[in-house]
Design a protein around this ligand. Sequence first.
Ligand SMILES: Nc1ncnc2c1ncn2[C@@H]1O[C@H](COP(=O)(O)OP(=O)(O)OP(=O)(O)O)[C@@H](O)[C@H]1O
Ligand SMILES: [Mg+2]
Length: 214
Amino acid sequence: MLAVTPLASGRVADVYALGADRVIRRCRDGGDVRAEADLMAYLRAQGYPVPEVFRADGPDLEMTRLAGPTLAEALVTGVVDIRSGARILATLHDRLHALPTRASPDPTARVLHLDLHPENVLVTADGPVVVDWGNAGEGPPELDVAMTALIVAEVATDPASPYAALAGDLLTAFLAEAGPVRLLDGAVGLRARTGPLDARRLAQAAARVWTAHE
Ligand SMILES: Nc1ncnc2c1ncn2[C@@H]1O[C@H](COP(=O)(O)OP(=O)(O)OP(=O)(O)O)[C@@H](O)[C@H]1O
Ligand SMILES: [Mg+2]
């Protein structure tokens, strides 16, 4: 039997190491991860950096265990500098948005992650790898970029966060890489449904995205 040990937890899921090579990500609220697993298999076949999925069963997703810190950890410890971190995020967006969609007939639609922030990127020896595809969809790529900016701005405007200043610097550097944010209102609307913050805090974060452009 392989040892199963808790590895990490997010807001939605707990991740357990399954031996040295695999993890199980278990959604605490149950659900069905098959669509997420199908998308990950598709992206991997397209050459996009996601973990290999071995099994998807109800709330459980069994996948490659990635070795390396999250991009958030790497930024905090200085293993990755702010400019490189911003470039990693912008490049992951560009690569994702260059792929063909699977469902949408709209020629301008792209595959979107919609939660592409530094805790969902692992920095491995083979390069950055993106996890946590539970919010993914298809639509305008500018919405995905706006979501990343907004999520980073949520940290930058959190007075209780020890990483607020770092997040502010990352936001500025990300906008320098990704260009001006469009569809921020759409991102705020989506984040109001999927994120942890109330409307007042979201408005503060959105305002921070605008000031970061100046
Ligand atoms: N394949 C993997 N290999 C190693 N660590 C992983 C892997 N997948 C996830 N993790 C770790 O587990 C954490 C939580 O995973 P994930 O982001 O999928 O959960 P979540 O609950 O959906 O997160 P969120 O709080 O962003 O909604 C990640 O930030 C990462 O540290
Ligand atoms: Mg996550």
